[in-house]
Design a binder for this molecule. Structure first.
Ligand SMILES: [Mg+2]
Length: 283
């Protein structure tokens, strides 16, 4: 939501964005936004992925996009600061084997997996956790390469799963909530995460780690982004080819979220460029 004091200078913002279905289209292409991403990196405006992807997947994205900013993985399970200079990661945080520091926020996947099995038993249904799927099955469901599918399966802070087709996700979400857990619906998988780790709580931790106290422009496309969008100073929904996700429509109608004019990287670049470089006010 735009606040009356929303800054109009780009360097006073950070952009916190979902990846799949938001900046990336369903073929994982973000090329229409690549020039803007490079410009924001040069201007020192952090573009911070906030995604259900694993750290290794985001590292690959960061390298391709030329970004050096922090990133939030596995639906808020941890924040990685590959270059922690200029940030103040809260505690606990520890060195990341690949460089920089990592700040865990959620529960380890090994702790979550038995809880997912218990939810399935209680609902008398079957879930198909990502880690149990064959590499071929993951590739067929995600369109990822063999290498990409392997990176996607290396979870630390969440258990992605496919519910049985006769199992409404709302029922799974409700039972998880009743058991003190969280199930979030993404584009291709549902995700079991710890109660203290969603994208909104990760955004709050990120804001505390930002000594410059920048305003947040957030972008998302799915119900698992609502906590992120609700915690931002300006929230933008990226539509799919058939319009915005139906569960985000009420907040768009209410004016809490702004709807981008086009899907994926085209809409992303248009909305970010417009918001960070507003035209001079007309007198
Ligand atoms: Mg998404």
């Amino acid at each position: 939501m735009q606040t009356p004091s929303a800054p109009t200078v780009a360097s006073q913002w950070m952009v916190v964005t979902d990846l799949d279905g938001t900046l990336l289209d369903h073929a994982y292409d973000f090329s229409p936004a690549a020039p803007l991403l490079r410009r924001l990196e040069q201007q020192g405006v952090p573009v911070i992925p906030c995604t259900s992807k694993t750290a290794e997947e985001v590292e690959q994205f960061q390298a391709t996009a030329g970004l050096s900013s922090p990133y939030i993985v596995e639906n808020g399970g941890a924040i990685h600061f590959p270059h922690p200079e200029g940030w103040q990661p809260g505690n606990p945080h520890h060195p990341n084997p690949g460089g920089g520091v990592v700040m865990p926020l959620g529960w380890p996947s090994q702790r979550l997996r038995p809880l997912l099995d218990a939810l399935a038993a209680e609902l008398d249904t079957r879930f198909f956790p990502l880690e149990d799927l064959s590499q071929e099955d993951i590739m067929a469901r995600t369109g990822l390469s063999p290498e990409g599918a392997a990176l996607a399966a290396r979870r630390c802070w969440s258990v992605p799963f496919v519910p049985a087709t006769d199992q409404p996700i709302e029922r799974v979400e409700a039972l998880a909530a009743a058991r003190g857990l969280k199930v979030l619906q993404g584009n291709r998988f549902a995700h079991l995460i710890a109660p203290g780790s969603d994208k909104g709580l990760a955004l709050a931790a990120l804001r505390r780690a930002d000594p410059r106290r920048r305003a947040v422009l957030a972008l998302g496309d799915s119900p698992n982004d609502t906590a992120l969008l609700d915690g931002a100073d300006q929230a933008i929904v990226i539509p799919g080819a058939n319009g915005p996700h139906p569960r985000l429509q009420p907040a768009i109608t209410a004016g809490d979220y702004h709807l981008a004019a086009a899907p994926h990287a085209v809409g992303w670049a248009d909305a970010v460029a417009t918001w960070l470089a507003p035209p001079d006010p007309i007198h």
